[in-house]
Design a protein around this ligand. Structure first.
Ligand code: GDP
Length: 299
């Protein structure tokens, strides 16, 4: 928890630090305070839509005399934010299928390959047999990066030549995962934001191949977003949600950014659970996301 809190320091400052300054010397909570709070939440990347909703709810609570002082306001805000994070019962149930196939998508540079490496490390530590598919055939370094992770954690890697068809990599990886009795197959993809149509076609083609080779797969399609990009993450989520059947989110680079409020915005606006968050470069810095713990760490 301390490590998580440490990683979220800047977000804590941009939300709670500013709320504390706002409340300093404020005898009672009134409409003006809520108006300033709205400003704080929007600039802290909680998103206009989610913020407006939060403020409306707080206005109602104010009318019901529930917000007697600053502490009551903070507690109410914390509770309302937690309520808006999509809750899931547990972490990914990777024993539900063998191989359990995770398709990882997202724009270039958000941290897909690194996240796959960290996930592979964690699954290996849990004793799972892991296969990695270097589906980002566009960026030459991506396959090499994945191979380095593979060697480091003891996972095999399926890779093709640079520029190869990503769905051909997915095809080979599915075959190999079945033949080798792997527990988990993690598939990397290229996140070229060329045209929307191309992106959709590429995603559909990869999915088709996976679905055909392994019935029921992909079991999870995780969209990786860089928290530091703030509102851009929202437009990426809307683009990918349309193009691919996204089942969950991973928010990376929460360390070093004050824009952590984006976690709340994307989860709430797209009704998607956040599965993991990245709060640093280390393997253990990719954490399973727990709404309550996250909000506690920020507050
Ligand atoms: P990809 O193009 O989406 O595959 O992105 P990469 O996996 O190559 O990651 C891009 C950069 O982000 C690398 O330098 C990673 O080390 C870095 N990165 C990924 N996740 C995190 C994180 O949670 N925190 C920090 N500080 N850096 C990260």
């Amino acid at each position: 928890f301390d490590r998580l809190k440490q990683g979220l320091t800047k977000t804590h400052e941009s939300i709670v630090g500013r709320i504390d300054s706002l409340l300093l010397g404020q005898k009672q909570i009134d409409a003006d305070v809520l108006e300033e709070l709205e400003e704080i939440l929007i600039t802290a990347d909680i998103g206009v839509k989610t913020t407006v909703e939060l403020i409306r709810t707080l206005e109602q609570r104010l009318k019901r005399n529930e917000l007697k002082d600053g502490n009551a306001l903070k507690a109410a805000l914390k509770q309302e934010i937690t309520n808006r994070l999509v809750q899931v019962e547990s972490g990914l149930d990777i024993i539900a299928a063998k191989p359990f196939v995770i398709l990882v998508i997202g724009v270039n540079g958000v941290g897909k390959t690194t996240t796959i490496g960290k996930l592979a490390a964690q699954y290996r530590l849990a004793g799972k047999k892991v296969l990695l598919a270097a589906g980002d055939t566009f960026r030459a370094a991506a396959a090499e990066q994945l191979e380095i992770w593979g060697e480091r954690v003891g996972a095999e890697v399926v890779r093709h030549k640079e520029g190869a068809d990503p769905s051909a990599v997915a095809f080979d990886a599915c075959k190999a995962a079945l033949a080798r009795g792997c527990d988990v197959l993690l598939i990397d993809t290229a996140g070229r934001l060329h045209t929307k149509v191309n992106l959709m076609e590429e995603m559909k083609k990869i999915r088709r191949v996976i679905e055909r080779e392994i019935p029921g797969a992909p079991h999870e399609t995780l969209l990786v977003l860089d928290a530091a990009t703030g509102q851009n993450a929202i437009s990426q989520a809307s683009l990918f949600k349309e193009a691919a059947q996204v089942t969950g989110l991973i928010l990376t680079k929460l360390d070093g950014t004050a824009k952590g409020g984006i976690v709340v915005a994307v989860s709430h606006e797209f009704s998607l659970p956040v599965r993991y968050i990245g709060v640093g470069e280390g393997v253990e810095d990719l954490r399973e996301f727990e709404p309550q713990e996250f909000v506690d760490a920020i507050f």
